[in-house]
Design a protein around this ligand. Structure first.
Ligand SMILES: NC(=O)c1ccc[n+]([C@@H]2O[C@H](COP(=O)([O-])OP(=O)(O)OC[C@H]3O[C@@H](n4cnc5c(N)ncnc54)[C@H](OP(=O)(O)O)[C@@H]3O)[C@@H](O)[C@H]2O)c1
Length: 345
């Protein structure tokens, strides 16, 4: 094959918030495939917060080992099979798999999932119908114990996880309060996603706004942010409330602990006095929920009860910038990068 394989790699590890110069596109060969593998061409690449963990040696954890400099940045992608040596895949199949930020990848057939062309736009398979959506579905159906009439607060309210968590809570009959970072994003959360209210976390009186929007307290804090957003929510938890600790994006670019006194006594005192329960959420515990999740959330997207919108950035050369924009909250919905023509458009 004569094609060139463009790969978005790291030139150096970011120090704090990544910068455009930390990334570089290099050109490599299209890989060969062995028995049981497919060669796939990327159509959409995901830009997820967990990728930030992969590109920083000091943050390396078991599920996200550090990416070597010069190697394609890891992440899931929507792909088209261009050659197959696996009995279950044929040229032209549309699949999702961990191809990384590059045009072509060789993947074992076992690591791929075939995509239903009729369910939703292809890009949704990295967002509402992908890993972020499954995370929200697992948190809301297995951990949150939210009931109709209860108040659910969702941070990063428009994103891959938040938009699904918020809409599932709304459909359940909860009062749903979103948190985002601008008036325009908050308006979209209310008008398009059906949040009852959405608060701008950058407002100087944000804490007061949380108290005013949740006059009876918060039953479920679906926590995607951490930091100031978490503390504002936590101060308003209702007795027996649940905090679903999904993500702490406010901390992902921090190079030092926050200044000020140790907050753990405040945390533990409130947990005890209000009998608040904190539950950690890791999507890896819930892969087996995927068929039910696709049926339920996919069905609601198809019949129009559920909105799914991706923030589509064009071109692999812009993948690093797209990640910076996502970390700084400039994305309107789940970020994906389109690197080739979408055959379904
Ligand atoms: N536990 C798991 O298994 C699992 C799986 C997937 C994702 N997650 C976590 O879920 C969270 C959301 O992920 P996602 O994929 O849905 O991302 P996303 O919401 O599509 O994009 C990230 C959003 O985070 C918000 N944000 C950025 N900096 C922030 C800050 N300093 N304080 C508060 N909010 C900030 C911004 O939203 P606004 O501008 O709207 O505030 C930004 O748009 C992340 O923390 C991620 O790590 C966890």
């Amino acid at each position: 094959m004569n094609a060139i394989n463009r790969q978005m790699t790291l030139r150096r590890y970011p120090d704090g918030m990544p910068r455009a110069e930390d990334f570089q596109v290099i050109e490599g060969a299209v890989p060969d495939i062995g028995e049981g593998e497919v060669l796939a061409r990327a159509i959409y690449l995901t830009v997820d917060p967990y990728i930030r963990v992969h590109i920083s040696p000091s943050m390396s954890v078991g599920y996200a080992p550090t990416t070597p400099l010069g190697a394609p940045i890891p992440g899931e992608a929507v792909l088209e099979v261009v050659r197959s040596r696996h009995p279950e895949f044929r040229e032209g199949d549309l699949v999702a798999g961990f191809g990384g930020w590059q045009d072509y990848c060789a993947l074992k057939g076992e690591g791929l999932r075939k995509l239903d062309r009729g369910l939703a736009p292809l890009s949704a398979h990295l967002g509402s119908l992908g890993m972020p959506g499954l995370t929200a579905y697992a948190g809301m159906t297995k951990l949150a114990e939210a009931e109709a009439g209860q108040t659910v607060l969702v941070s990063a309210a428009l994103g891959g996880v938040g938009a699904v968590a918020g809409q599932l809570a709304r459909i359940k009959g909860c009062r749903v309060v979103g948190v985002s970072s601008s008036a325009a994003k908050c308006r979209w959360a209310v008008e398009e996603l059906g949040y009852d209210a959405c608060l701008d976390r950058t407002a100087p009186d944000f804490r007061d706004q949380v108290a005013a929007a949740c006059p009876d307290g918060i039953d479920v804090d679906f926590e995607n942010a951490g930091g100031e957003v978490f503390w504002a929510a936590f101060a308003n938890m209702k007795a027996y409330g649940r905090v679903i600790v999904c993500g702490l994006i406010s901390d992902y670019n921090a190079d030092a602990p926050p200044p000020g006194p140790d907050q753990s006594p405040n945390l533990l005192r409130t947990i005890a006095l209000k009998r608040v329960v904190m539950k950690g959420l890791m999507v890896a515990d819930f892969w087996d929920l995927r068929p039910r999740f696709l049926q339920e959330v996919g069905g609601m997207i198809r019949d129009g009860r559920f909105k799914s919108r991706e923030f589509i950035v064009e071109g692999i050369e812009n993948a690093g910038l797209a990640m910076i924009d996502m970390l700084e909250g400039r994305n309107f919905g789940k970020t994906v990068v389109r690197v080739a023509e979408d055959p379904l458009l």
